[in-house]
Design a protein around this ligand. Sequence first.
Ligand code: ADP
Ligand code: MG
Length: 320
Amino acid sequence: MSEFELINSLKEKFSGLSQSCEHPAVLGMGDDAAVLAVPGGKQLVVSTDTLVSEVHFFADTAAADIAAKSLSVSLSDLASMGAEPAWFFLAISLPEIDLGWWEDFCDGLLETARSAKIELAGGDTTQGPLSITITAMGLVDEGHALRRDGARPGDLVVVSGNPGLAAWALQQKLAGETAPEQSLNALNRPQARLKLGRALVGVASACIDVSDGLSADLGHLLTASGCGAEIFTGQLPIPTELAHLDARDRWARQLAGGDDYELCFTLPGMYAGQLPALSQETGIELHIIGKIVAGTGLKILQDDGQEVSMPNAGFDHFRK
Ligand code: ADP
Ligand code: MG
């Protein structure tokens, strides 16, 4: 198989996808560049992420999982902006051509793209260490993107799903143990919260997706918004997979874990009553875990009011 055949196989596999997408490319894969039409009154939201073998995933992870996660990571950024997925680009570097691996990779990618209704509009294929860069593009109504900088004192802090599960699966794997299935799923097949993100437009005051750990990412939102927050450990959900852990151990996974791809958002008090309906409509658990306060920084408080100190620096590829 040649580079040309690889690209062609992708093109064939993904050819049916554009019909099911809301905004098919004017000109997709095959020319020197794609031509995309942004409908009037909409703005383009663009995000790119790279996943490198043995840095972001184990090399022996199933190819379909690697593909699905690579796309989901970018979709999660679209979700946190409240965008509707439209097009994505795949720049992939492969050490060699392994047909079985490639088929599985394409299948995982296609499955995820189908469910998000996002079209593969182009990319690049090169030989080199396994690395996948996906650029995802979505659309929002003009001026309505969800941003990090809109939180205000008094807003509630809400998180979706169960942060900490992916970190738990990773820890189990590194220790040579078998991770429980739901946490393995969280690690290998994160589900971008697209429906939730779109439902939050006009409701949430600020939003961020949780990729580097809840406290670190909430910290970014606080910095952008120019305020502080208090998080109450007693309000963190207790998923069965983490229920056996000592409380402090569990909080560490939940607040500093990473790889969650949940949404953390702030909600003006007047909308608090809408949370149950939002949760039902999206099929996603939503937990109020704290509130925005005046000042700066994140305080994590136990039921008795005592502050818990937690590393909240988040993941840094270059930290020694
Ligand atoms: P060029 O030499 O002009 O960069 P390429 O041979 O890299 O062209 O790509 C030819 C076409 O195939 C382009 O439209 C490009 O977007 C598409 N393409 C190449 N690799 C991929 C990929 N991994 N995923 C999707 N589209 C791809
Ligand atoms: Mg090229």
